[in-house]
Design a protein around this ligand. Structure first.
Ligand code: ADP
Ligand code: ADP
Length: 219
């Protein structure tokens, strides 16, 4: 479902963010991305979402070659991706139900249908009873679960979560991972980057990057 074939990424001629990375992530897999800050984890995820393109090598997502994808094809690619990236903040001027409905309204879903699905998504992350709360009335962990609900409300086949447990305490981090695992359990492919040793300990597969190179969990 996600394939990297000898992929390198250079943001400038003398610096590699990724170097000769080959990985294969199958449909329905749950994969963690580990490695120190600057190892290339975000760069890898950005390439899956066609935010960045490879300098060399081939990235394929759902059969599409990211290096050759046209601008017009990017919205179609992203429709199949649930993105939980750190810079994608919730909109603080509206309640969490409205935040989660937004991706559906943007694609033209009728309001009643969008509300039904957004409520179902909030239920799945354990926030069904907080629909009318404003983002800033929630804890950091609850806000992160709203971001998960917003990311999955379009029923994507793949979830990409960049450090979703950063700055959360143990209990909140565990609930965030639990929410992501629940979607994986119904068939959604999940790629989650984390520094959280406790999360990595129980993981079936960890792709480990250092200085842009794969040091474990590849192929
Ligand atoms: P991680 O997510 O593991 O912290 P990143 O993928 O963000 O790693 O960064 C990998 C390397 O690429 C780092 O050396 C970082 O400074 C560099 N880098 C990331 N984004 C850019 C960019 N837009 N321009 C230049 N260098 C970048
Ligand atoms: P509904 O049919 O009302 O959308 P569901 O219980 O089937 O209710 O889904 C609840 C939420 O979980 C929905 O908003 C849906 O978008 C989200 N979801 C995302 N991916 C999946 C999936 N693969 N299977 C089930 N639900 C998913």
């Amino acid at each position: 479902m996600i394939e990297f074939q000898s992929v390198s990424k250079q943001y400038s001629p003398d610096a590699y963010a990724l170097r000769d990375v080959t990985i294969n992530i199958a449909k329905g897999e749950l994969v963690y991305l580990a490695g120190p800050s600057g190892a290339g984890k975000s760069t890898l995820m950005k390439m899956v979402a066609a935010v960045e393109r490879p300098t060399s090598g081939v990235v394929t997502v759902n059969g599409q070659d990211i290096g050759r994808i046209r601008k017009a094809g990017i919205p179609f690619l992203r429709r199949n991706l649930g993105l939980i990236f750190q810079h994608q903040r919730l909109l603080n001027d509206r309640n969490i139900l409205a935040n989660v409905m937004l991706p559906l309204l943007v694609t033209g879903a009728p309001k009643a249908q969008a509300e039904g699905r957004a409520r179902a998504a909030l239920d799945k992350v354990g926030l069904g009873d907080r629909a009318r709360a404003l983002p800033l009335e929630l804890s950091g962990g609850e806000q992160q679960r709203v971001a998960i609900a917003r990311a999955i409300v379009n029923r994507p086949q793949i979830i990409l979560a960049d450090e979703p447990t950063a700055n959360l305490d143990r209990a909140a981090a565990d609930r965030v991972i639990e929410a992501l695992r629940a979607f994986n359990a119904v068939g959604v492919t999940c790629v989650i980057s984390t520094h959280d040793e406790q999360v990595l300990d129980g993981a079936a597969r960890v792709i480990h990057l250092e200085h842009g190179q794969l040091v474990g969990g590849g192929a």
